[in-house]
Design a protein around this ligand. Structure first.
Ligand SMILES: Cc1ncc(COP(=O)(O)O)c(C=O)c1O
Length: 379
């Protein structure tokens, strides 16, 4: 049996998305910047995709810009805001994705900004009072706090952070890569300057995503060389990627309520299964608490064992794909920077299961059974 439980790393392309992309891979090949009919029809496709995304997020098409994915979008919003608005102070957390963490650390290392990390509690939750303190005691800041953590699923109250940033005149960026397509983002209500999306996290194509940049905080771009994306990102567009991302988001919103319920059911089943089969188990961060964590992510804190290094390998042998941390660090020998920040016994193994609409209850039972076998628990 082959079981894919690494959907926070990437998801399978939805066949409906592929069908929407197909014409742009074959017949509709014109360059969208060309003014002739071959180009114009493709330009129209891109603008329709932009309008679709803007409508779903309750914003205007002029505030949506296509990028190569989440990493580029996070980099652009942070770096370009710092340059354009001469920001000298960034507030972030130690459990951000490396797309954010490495960017802000680089800006600190080259002397452009001072960096402050907001305090986290033992489960990786943000201390909002400390955030306010940091905002109060520093000059105009840029705050970058992710909406949901890709490893432990913790959800940040971005509504609250947005209000605080507004009060203290700070720029607010949130990496929404893990929530995009899984939760509703109503940009008419959020006080936020930039958010990001990556198509491959919600059954769209890899290598294509977008950023929302509020018209109040437009910045000078960092990819120069063409007037594409209204001068915000040079380079010929990844046309079929753009069409695919918009279609994937449309489907995600269309089916969101049903899929959220179904996927939460899978996660609950896994929690129940694991608690029954492996008594000595709990869940890292807030990932075991419904409503406080992504319904797509469960990060298990497993029993102590000398064999824990072999866990992912063992699951893999049994056809189960899961992760020890984020996709970027799975397979690499370096431990997770997120788990490191939690108050946990590092001798206990950790595995992240992440679910999608394509998983089945049978797959959940099979994975739980194999995990219990690894810990030699009677099944
Ligand atoms: C929270 C978060 N931010 C950013 C990224 C990077 O997105 P992309 O792979 O599209 O560059 C990821 C992907 O793992 C992610 O989980």
């Amino acid at each position: 049996m082959k079981v894919y439980l690494d959907n926070a790393a990437t998801t399978a392309l939805d066949p409906e998305v592929f069908e929407a992309m197909r014409p742009y891979m074959l017949d509709l090949f014109g360059n969208p910047s060309s003014t002739h009919s071959h180009g114009r029809v493709v330009r129209a496709g891109i603008e329709k995709a932009r309008k679709t995304i803007a409508e779903l997020l309750n914003t205007t098409p002029g505030e949506i810009f296509f990028t190569s994915g989440g990493t580029e979008a996070d980099n652009a919003i942070i770096t370009c805001n710092v340059d354009t608005y001469n920001i000298k102070h960034i507030i972030t957390s130690k459990i951000e994705h490396h797309a954010v963490l490495h960017t802000v650390e680089h800006l600190r290392d080259i002397g452009k900004v001072k960096l402050s990390f907001v305090n986290l509690d033992r489960d990786g939750c943000i201390d909002y009072d400390h955030l306010e303190e940091l905002l109060k005691t520093n000059d105009k800041s840029l705050v970058s706090l992710m909406h949901a953590n890709n490893e432990i699923g913790n959800i940040t109250d971005i509504g609250k952070v947005g209000e605080m940033c507004k009060e203290y005149n700070a720029i607010f960026h949130s990496d929404t890569v893990q929530t995009m397509g899984h939760y509703v983002h109503d940009l008419s209500k959020l006080k936020i300057d930039g958010i990001t999306g990556a198509g491959h996290k919600f059954h769209g194509p890899k290598g294509e995503g977008f950023m929302y940049v509020s018209k109040k905080s437009r910045f000078h771009p960092f990819i120069l060389g063409g007037a594409q994306e209204r001068n915000m990102r040079g380079g010929t567009e990844n046309v079929y990627g753009i069409i695919g991302v918009a279609k994937a988001l449309e489907i995600a919103y269309r089916d969101m309520a049903d899929h959220a319920k179904y996927i939460q059911g899978l996660k609950d089943r896994m929690i129940h299964n694991l608690k029954e089969r492996i008594g000595d188990i709990h869940f890292n961060g807030q990932s075991g608490i419904a409503d406080k964590s992504l319904y797509t992510v469960l990060n298990c804190c497993l029993p102590e064992s000398d064999d824990n290094d072999m866990l992912l390998f063992n699951l893999d042998i049994n056809g189960i794909s899961a992760s020890g941390g984020s996709a970027c660090s799975s397979g690499a020998s370096k431990g997770s920077h997120v788990l490191e920040e939690l108050d946990r016994n590092s001798k206990r193994g950790a595995v992240r299961f992440s679910f999608s609409k394509y998983n089945t209850p049978e797959e959940i039972d099979y994975a739980a059974e194999k995990l219990a076998e690894f810990y030699k628990v009677e099944v």
